[in-house]
Design a binder for this molecule. Structure first.
Ligand SMILES: [Zn+2]
Length: 441
C-alpha cells in the first residue's frame, strides 16, 4: 500500500521494536531474534477501522431492532442502552476489539456517545478494554445533549448537559491523548450527530478540537429521513448545515455520507474531509448506497468502518472490505471498485482519514509494525492462488492467521495470543442478556 502499490512475491519484512525497519525481496544475510515463515500467506498492513460503537457488541441481533430503519431502531435501542455501565463497556470493548484484531483491524476508532447518568466513567472503561485487547485506539468522545424533552430521540437519562460534555472532553484529551508518533491512543471529539446536540456545542467542539490539535467526527447524511429532518428543521441539507457550523474541514471525518447530491460532493471534496464508509450498516438499515465509486476520484479521503454491532451484528473488518466492493458494484457496475482499491481504503485510506498516513496503513520502513497475514492454504482460498492479493477480497476471508500491533503479536495461528480474552465471552453474554431483556425496561 505504498505510493506505487508494490507487491513483493516471497518478500520479507524486518521489524525492530514497534517499527518496520526493512522490506524487500531477498532476506539473505538478515539476522533476527525471531523468524516467522510466511509461506502460503499474504502479508498486508493492518486494517484501519474508521467507525464503530464498541458498546453495541452487547446489542447484536436484538429482536425488535433487527428489521427497523434508523430512527425507529434508535428509539427502540436507546431504552436498552441506558443500562450501560463501566463493566459492560470494559468487557464489550475488549471483546469487540479482539474480534476486530481477528478479522484484520490493527487500528480502530470508537464513537462512544452513550453516557448514562449513573453509568460511571464509560470512556475510561472503553479505553481500558481496548488496551487489554492491544489494538491501536482512537476513541471519539461522543456527546448528546438533546433528549426527548427537547424534541430529540434519546431518553433524558442518557444525555448530558453541554457544560458536562465540554468539561469531560477537556479532561479526556488531557488524560489520554497522545500526539507523539506511533501513539497507541489518540482522542477525537465527536458529537453523535448534528441534531443530537445544539449548534452552539457543534461550534464549541471545533474550538476545543483546534485548541488541542485533535480530530473531529460525527455521523452525517446517513438516510433520507435525516435529509428531510434537516430541511424541515433547519431549512438546509445536512452537508450545508455542517458548512454553516464550520465542520467542513480536513480534520473532520464523517460516518456514512450516503445521501449526497453533486453540490454536497463538491463541498466535501473541496474541504478534503474524511469518510468512514460502512456498507453493512447501510445495507442492514436500508439506508442506501454511499456514492463511493464517485467519491473515490474526489478530494474526500475514504476509509472503511464496520459501524456498531447493533447495525452490523459483527465487528468483522475483512468482511466489510468485501462488502464495500460488492455494494459499489450493485450501484455502479462490475468495474466500480476493484479488490486492490478497496484494500487501499481499508489500510492507507483509513490512515489518511485519521491523519496517520506517515505512521500506519502501508508496509514501509519507518512505519509502525502493524501487520496482518491471511493463510491462503485455508479452504476459503482453494483454487484462488492466481492472484493472492485479490483473493483476500474476492474469496470468503474471515479471519487472519497473524496480527501484530506496534510490534506485538496479538493473533497467531488464527487465535488471540491472550487466551484470557476468550474467558470474557460468557460474561459478555450475561451482560448482554441483562441489558437487552424486555423485563429490565
Ligand atoms: Zn455509527
Amino acid at each position: 500500500m505504498d505510493e506505487r502499490g508494490r507487491e513483493i512475491e516471497g518478500g520479507f519484512v524486518l521489524v525492530d521494536g514497534n517499527r518496520i525497519v526493512d522490506v524487500g525481496s531477498d532476506a539473505t544475510g538478515i539476522e533476527a531474534d525471531e523468524i516467522v515463515r510466511g509461506g502460503g500467506k499474504v502479508l498486508l498492513p493492518g486494517f484501519v477501522n474508521t467507525h464503530h460503537h464498541l458498546y453495541q457488541a452487547l446489542f447484536r441481533n436484538v429482536p425488535g431492532a433487527s428489521d427497523a430503519k434508523l430512527f425507529d431502531w434508535l428509539v427502540f435501542l436507546y431504552e436498552r442502552w441506558k443500562g450501560l455501565d463501566e463493566e459492560a463497556m470494559r468487557v464489550a470493548s475488549a471483546v469487540a476489539c479482539s474480534e476486530l484484531l481477528l478479522s484484520g483491524a490493527t487500528t480502530t476508532t470508537d464513537h462512544c456517545y452513550v453516557f448514562p447518568q449513573d453509568g460511571g466513567a464509560i470512556l475510561d472503561a472503553d479505553i481500558e478494554g481496548a488496551r487489554r485487547a492491544g489494538i491501536r485506539f482512537h476513541p471519539c468522545r461522543g456527546s448528546m445533549s438533546l433528549s426527548k424533552k427537547d424534541g430529540g430521540l434519546p431518553p433524558d437519562s442518557v444525555v448530558q448537559t453541554e457544560d458536562q460534555i465540554l468539561r469531560d472532553c477537556e479532561r479526556t484529551i488531557e488524560r489520554y491523548h497522545d500526539p507523539e508518533p506511533m501513539a497507541m491512543l489518540r482522542i477525537a471529539l465527536a458529537p453523535c450527530s448534528p441534531f443530537s446536540v445544539t449548534h452552539e456545542l457543534m461550534r464549541e467542539t471545533v474550538a476545543l478540537a483546534e485548541e488541542n490539535g485533535v480530530l473531529m467526527h460525527t455521523h452525517l447524511a446517513e438516510t433520507r429521513d435525516e435529509e428531510a429532518y434537516c430541511l424541515r428543521r433547519f431549512g438546509v441539507r445536512p452537508v450545508d448545515l455542517m458548512e454553516d457550523l464550520g465542520w467542513l474541514r480536513d480534520d473532520v471525518w464523517f460516518a456514512h455520507l450516503v445521501v449526497l447530491n453533486q453540490d454536497d460532493i463538491d463541498k466535501l471534496s473541496a474541504a478534503r474531509v474524511g469518510m468512514a464508509h460502512c456498507p453493512s450498516s447501510n445495507m442492514i438499515l436500508g439506508s442506501g448506497i454511499a456514492p463511493v465509486a464517485k467519491l473515490k476520484t474526489t478530494g474526500v479521503k475514504i476509509g472503511l468502518g464496520v459501524d456498531g454491532s447493533a447495525s452490523n451484528d459483527t465487528s468483522n473488518m475483512v468482511r466489510e472490505v468485501r462488502q464495500a466492493m460488492l455494494l459499489q458494484r450493485v450501484a455502479s457496475g462490475a468495474d466500480a471498485l476493484t479488490a486492490r482499491e478497496v484494500l487501499r481504503m481499508a489500510t492507507i485510506g483509513g490512515a489518511c482519514v485519521l491523519h496517520r498516513e506517515d505512521e500506519i496503513g502501508s508496509i514501509e520502513p519507518g512505519k509502525a509494525a502493524d501487520l496482518i497475514a491471511f493463510d491462503l492454504d485455508d479452504i476459503a482460498f482453494a483454487g484462488a492462488g492466481a492472484d493472492p492479493v485479490a483473493a483476500i477480497v474476492h474469496c470468503a476471508a474471515d479471519r487472519v492467521d497473524l496480527a501484530m500491533v506496534n510490534g506485538v503479536w496479538r493473533v497467531r495461528g488464527g487465535r488471540l495470543v491472550d487466551e484470557s480474552i476468550y474467558e470474557l465471552i460468557p460474561r459478555h453474554n450475561e451482560i448482554s442478556r441483562r441489558l437487552t431483556s424486555r423485563d429490565a425496561h
